[in-house]
Ligand binder design. Structure first.
Ligand code: COA
Length: 267
């Protein structure tokens, strides 16, 4: 055996592998930088709704509402109260005894500077198509300034498993406007906002007890349980958790890291 040559080739391969490592590291840093820049650019935009004029008004199934952008930093006091009340009405039963703790978390999240909103306001009560609806609408909450708000989405641009995503923190409709396509419309808008801002997926958390929301996302909107959801990371831990993390991906790497088996960093 030629030891000299063997040493030489091993030194070469070491050199090569350290070069490769450096290159890989550089690529990773460039990728991280691009992801951070995409998030930063998305937050620099004032009004994401402005990119989608077709989504400014929803006029279907007896509902006539218009959409407006907002941010956690600039919520008026009546709007904060409205959000808290609607969350309580819709979610207290779902969370059960956990609600008190969860409510505190949600109150903090609500006013975060990263919190972005789409508010849905009723344009006029005259368009209500039946006595029943009119009665239902009277039970809707009012922010006290201007048109009544009937629903909202709270979303953020964040990084999950090194992938830039839109995370839907809340999608809340008052009962009187549920089941008329508005939730689907809002999620379509969120997906468009995600794509337009170079996000690679939309993600959200759903309580397992909220079977109607779970069906809405998985059956109707084709969201899947993410591989970072507790039940997929470890079924034993998953069984103890009250929630699932769902996602819809738009790019190959996002699909690999957030949807497919065995590729999550959490595994
Ligand atoms: C869950 C929620 C966002 C759905 O919005 P929505 O406006 O009521 O639903 P939509 O009318 O847009 O429904 C869209 C489609 O899903 C279907 N769908 C709605 N709710 C469903 C349910 N519980 N099970 C199965 N399908 C459902 C509708 O039939 C419709 O199908 P189509 O497109 O074939 O007609 C809304 O009901 C809500 O705010 N619920 C209370 C708060 C909540 O649970 N939020 C989610 C927290 S993660």
């Amino acid at each position: 055996m030629d030891f000299h040559n063997a040493d030489h080739s091993s030194a070469n391969s070491k050199k090569l592998s350290s070069k490769e490592k450096k290159l890989k590291r550089r690529e990773e840093l460039a990728k991280k930088k691009a992801v951070d820049e995409a998030i930063k650019a998305a937050y620099l935009k004032d009004d994401h709704l402005a990119d989608f004029p077709a989504f400014h008004i929803y006029d279907r199934n007896g509902l006539l509402v218009h959409l407006k952008s907002g941010s956690g930093e600039h919520l008026s006091s009546p709007m904060k109260r409205y959000i808290q009340e609607l969350l309580k009405v819709n979610m207290e039963g779902v969370y059960g005894p956990q609600w008190a703790a969860e409510e505190k978390i949600k109150r903090r999240e609500m006013v975060s500077r990263e919190a972005l909103y789409i508010f849905v306001q009723s344009l006029q009560s005259a368009q209500l198509d039946s006595i029943n609806n009119r009665e239902a609408m009277h039970k809707c909450y009012w922010t006290g300034n201007g048109d009544p708000v009937v629903a909202f989405v709270h979303y953020r641009f964040i990084v999950e498993e090194e992938i830039p995503v839109v995370y839907v923190y809340e999608l809340q409709l008052e009962q009187c406007v549920q089941g008329r396509g508005l939730g689907k419309f809002l999620m379509q808008l969120i997906e468009l906002i995600a794509r337009k801002n170079n996000m690679r997926a939309v993600m959200l958390t759903v309580q397992k007890r909220n079977t109607s929301a779970m069906n809405f996302y998985t059956s109707k909107l084709r969201y899947t349980v993410s591989n970072i959801s507790p039940s997929r990371v470890d079924p034993l831990i998953g069984a103890e958790k009250s929630y699932e993390i769902l996602c819809k991906t738009f790019a190959h790497e996002a699909k690999t890291k957030l949807e497919e088996d065995g590729c999550s960093g959490a595994n």
